[in-house]
Write a protein that binds this ligand. Structure first.
Ligand SMILES: *Cc1c(COP(=O)(O)O)cnc(C)c1O
Length: 239
């Protein structure tokens, strides 16, 4: 390995170890087992060689935002066999390339998308696992279904034989304090508790994907089972 890659690996190792340490403390503080929380590396804008270095570290899975990058990383075997989730905005015309290519599509937020996923998953004869993305802050600029529309969307997804809903995902508004962040994460947890009572078929609600750089400890305290961390692993994004 070149000197540059050696030092990059060392830097990534230190960063991931620090995150795992903070994850463990947050879990302990909440009386939770660390083993029920997965670290998803949000690797957008990273080249495949850097993603591959990070795959050798204790990250559990990868989160991709863009189709093109995902394909590059997959072609380069950058995940070293670890799972890949799609976490970015998914256009209906890209569904064909995502279904069956990722373990979980985390960003399902509208009925049209549900229908497209169902058609493609049926064509490929597989069951695609998904999360429903919720827009917790009612922000127009952001993706995600508003809480009041969650039930009909879940109903539509649960009616699809080739879709399995595993839980909920959210990117809450930027907040100033940890308390404020926790309130949003608590809202997502409450929504999932509510959704469990709806008892839709094809749903196994157990995953809460929430918390990023700067907010994942609060998310863990509120029950996150997947945290999605980008900048704290890879540094600030330049492109
Ligand atoms: C980029 C991204 C993250 C990670 O954000 P950081 O602030 O870099 O930790 C998490 N979730 C989604 C959907 C993202 O696009």
């Amino acid at each position: 390995m070149s000197f540059i890659m050696e030092s990059k690996l060392q830097e990534l190792t230190d960063r991931v170890n620090a995150i795992r340490y903070r994850m463990e403390n947050a879990a302990k503080g909440a009386g939770r087992a660390l083993s029920e929380i997965s670290l998803c590396a949000a690797c957008k804008a990273q080249p495949s060689n850097i993603v591959r270095l990070s795959a050798s570290l204790p990250v559990d899975l990868f989160g991709e935002n863009r189709m093109q990058e995902m394909r590059e990383h997959q072609m380069a075997d950058a995940f070293l066999g670890k799972p890949c989730h799609f976490i970015g905005h998914l256009q209906t015309n890209k569904v064909r390339q995502v279904v069956g290519a990722v373990e979980v599509i985390q960003s399902v937020d509208r009925v049209r998308l549900v229908n497209a996923i169902q058609v493609e998953a049926a064509r490929q004869k597989l069951v695609q696992e998904i999360l429903i993305e919720v827009n917790l802050g009612q922000e127009d600029s952001k993706a995600g279904v508003h809480a009041q529309d969650l039930k009909p969307l879940m109903e539509a997804a649960a009616a699809c034989d080739n879709i399995r809903i595993l839980g909920l995902m959210a990117i809450p508004p930027i907040t100033q304090t940890e308390d404020e962040a926790r309130r949003y994460f608590a809202n997502l947890r409450t929504l999932m508790e509510q959704a469990k009572t709806w008892q839709f078929g094809n749903a196994q609600l157990q995953v809460l994907s929430m918390g990023m750089t700067g907010s994942y400890e609060a998310a863990i305290k509120e029950g996150a089972t997947i945290i999605r961390v980008g900048r704290e692993i890879y540094g600030e994004r330049v492109r």
